[in-house]
Ligand binder design. Structure first.
Ligand code: MF3
Ligand code: CO
Length: 256
């Protein structure tokens, strides 16, 4: 069942969404050569607590991993796709890209968002990977209108990414979001005809999160049980926003 949110619920989701946006902006401004992903983790945890919010990922049980995720942030560098774990040993260097994914719960409602940021200058193909992933998310957001269908959202991502010679990850998907971090429906970054294709209605909120590989689509999980990496070692980008369907069109809750 897809839970539709009332206007009051959406206002609460807006508040958690804007907090997540603000924290991501602060983290982005910290990124430079020499910083560690654990530095970012500590800053994020402090910002969420100061705002009276509960970090949504820390302690969140993930069935596929068979464990609770231990950090506030997922920090995935270069060929890491998602669920990279902050570490004092992970020192960022020029030419890296880092995806920062985080979520928060405020007044019973969740926000969830991710960005991928270059560390200093990155090569042209990496810039194109980031741009294409961001554009794919924007095109998917544009489909979040009453009367459209879920496959319009998924297909917008798939079409844009493949048209640029990149590939979408299939093992991880976006999701409905609200008073739980993960709600129905699943939102794959491609049209999965095994799934239903519900019509989008006012009050539905989706966390849309294209994960795009520079090379082949395959991924595997490292022996730490969490970090997903590309099988071929190619780089991967990830952007995510929570988006509500309204009568006035798409409302991106996780940016001003
Ligand atoms: N943004 C991801 C998601 O929505 C990350 C959450 S996984 C967790 O699924 F383990 F970190 F919680
Ligand atoms: Co998400």
């Amino acid at each position: 069942m897809i839970v539709r949110k009332s206007p009051e619920d959406l206002e609460k989701m807006r508040r958690s969404g804007l907090l997540v946006w603000q924290v991501l902006r602060e983290l982005e401004s910290m990124i430079e050569e020499g910083i560690t992903t654990l530095d970012m983790e500590k800053a994020a945890e402090r910002m969420f607590r100061d705002a009276g919010a509960r970090p949504a990922f820390k302690g969140y049980y993930v069935p596929a991993a068979g464990a609770a995720y231990p950090f506030v942030l997922c920090t995935s560098v270069n060929e890491e796709v998602v669920h990279g774990m902050p570490s004092a040993r992970r020192v960022l260097k020029k030419g890296d890209i880092i995806s920062i994914d985080t979520g928060a719960e405020l007044e019973g409602f969740y926000g969830d968002s991710a960005i991928t940021v270059p560390v200093g200058e990155v090569d042209a193909r990496t810039q194109e990977l980031l741009r294409t992933t961001r554009e794919a998310l924007e095109q998917a957001i544009e489909k979040m209108r009453p009367g459209n269908r879920l496959f319009d959202v998924c297909g917008a991502i798939e079409n844009h990414v493949t048209s640029r010679g990149f590939s979408v990850v299939r093992e991880y998907v976006g999701h409905g979001i609200g008073s739980r971090l993960h709600e129905e429906p699943q939102v794959p970054n491609y049209v999965d005809r095994r799934n239903e294709n519900p019509r989008l209605k006012e009050g539905m909120v989706l966390a849309i999160e294209p994960m795009v590989n520079a090379g082949a689509p395959g991924t595997r999980v490292l022996s730490d049980g969490w970090t997903a990496v590309t099988r071929d070692g190619s780089r991967s980008a990830h952007f995510e926003h929570c988006v509500a369907v309204t009568s006035n069109g798409p409302w991106v809750l996780t940016r001003p």
